[in-house]
Design a protein around this ligand. Structure first.
Ligand SMILES: *Cc1c(COP(=O)(O)O)cnc(C)c1O
Length: 368
């Protein structure tokens, strides 16, 4: 079976992990935690970086540091991994889900502008499948209104817009280092920002709201969202290999594009002229596929030894979401029905990509 994703782990990761183990510093203190944060500042050009236990809690902390409270509205695209919305729900804030752009599949800045109210405290843009959202347009909407712009860059480390790396494109950015992301620490995440006060709040909140002056005194209600030194050791090795990891994945995406671009009925995600996409999961849409046809293609490909995934489900479709008004996000729904994510990882060969494309196109023709 060709898996959808596979971490690239080398002797460097093993070496650092053993170093952390042998040092005895296996909890959240230890040299790798600070080293990982320095590597992240370097990779993103953000002034501050704080590592945490996963990307979901990074979003939770980003919203809290932005001052989001119960009852506030947080505007975000309806098409994302569910963690984006859940983070707002943890606080009792109201996620306001808006539609995405049909070409980039990222949140539509016009839809964001139309959704702003007096209660809007933050906007979360999502760099879907590694494609940075239109931060220039989004900043025009948020900056003059005192709304905090948050980048869910969980999938987009190594991307850029106008030469500025992801992680430095919004007021606060978050990353995930889950096993299927471009850079992994097993489980892990980070929050980056240029604002020293936001960074200080993130650090305090991830560490149980600890007072910096008085032991066992907690100034605010905080959390244990720390990253372990063991995870940070793996993360350091991965961040030192960022260039290599993204180069290999870019090559894989280029192979896919050369086979699938221009094929009738197959749509690829568009990348804006000023944007460098980060090479996360190769995802394509097939014109007019029903969700059932797409799911059938996933089964057919699995029988032929190729693991794939459906695109994300619009978040308002989750049964626990109580929406006061009916939300309609037709473009997100369409991508949610027609999208299929293909195996993408550094060790994939050109022959494997050729095989996957051939089987995919056979399924596309067969399911007409
Ligand atoms: C992976 C991901 C997250 C959450 O990250 P975890 O580390 O799994 O908690 C959040 N948002 C998006 C868009 C993601 O892809």
């Amino acid at each position: 079976m060709i898996p959808i994703s596979e971490p690239s782990l080398t002797d460097r990761e093993r070496q650092y992990l053993l170093e952390a183990f042998d040092s005895g510093w296996i909890s959240s203190r230890g040299e790798f935690v600070e080293r990982a944060e320095a590597l992240l500042r370097n990779a993103t050009s953000a002034r501050y970086a704080a590592v945490v236990s996963n990307g979901t809690v990074a979003l939770h902390l980003a919203l809290l540091a932005a001052g989001v409270e119960a009852g506030d509205e947080v505007v975000m695209p309806s098409l994302s991994y569910v963690a984006t919305m859940n983070a707002a729900l943890y606080i009792g804030a109201r996620p306001v889900l808006v539609d995405v752009d049909p070409d980039t599949w990222c949140v539509d800045p016009h839809a964001v502008a139309a959704a702003i109210t007096d209660r809007t405290r933050a906007v979360i843009a999502v760099d879907l499948y590694g494609n940075p959202a239109d931060y220039a347009a989004l900043r025009n909407v948020t900056a003059s209104r005192g709304i905090v712009l948050i980048a869910d860059a969980a999938e987009s480390i190594g991307g850029a817009m106008n030469g500025v790396p992801t992680g430095a494109l919004a007021d606060i950015s978050i990353f995930s280092f889950f096993g299927n992301k471009i850079v992994t620490s097993g489980e892990g995440g980070a929050v980056t920002t240029d604002d020293p006060e936001i960074d200080a709040r993130i650090r305090q909140l991830r560490n149980q709201g600890n007072s910096v002056e008085r032991r066992y005194f907690h100034d605010v209600l905080g959390f244990n969202y720390r990253m372990t030194n063991l995870a940070a050791a793996i993360l350091c090795a991965q961040l030192e290999r960022l260039e290599e990891l993204t180069t290999h994945r870019r090559e894989v995406l280029d192979w896919y594009e050369s086979r699938l671009k221009g094929v009738a009925g197959v749509r690829l995600q568009s990348v804006a002229a000023d944007v460098v996409r980060s090479p996360w999961l190769m995802t394509v849409c097939v014109d007019d596929w029903s969700g059932a046809q797409r799911d059938q293609a996933i089964s057919l490909l699995a029988e032929e030894g190729v693991e794939t995934r459906p695109s994300f489900v619009p978040m308002q479709d989750m049964p626990y979401v109580k929406t006061p008004e009916r939300i309609s996000t037709p473009i997100s729904a369409k991508i949610g029905r027609e999208g299929i994510s293909l195996p993408t990882f550094p060790g994939l060969t050109k022959e494997q990509v050729d095989h996957i494309c051939e089987r995919l196109l056979a399924a596309v023709r067969g399911l007409d």
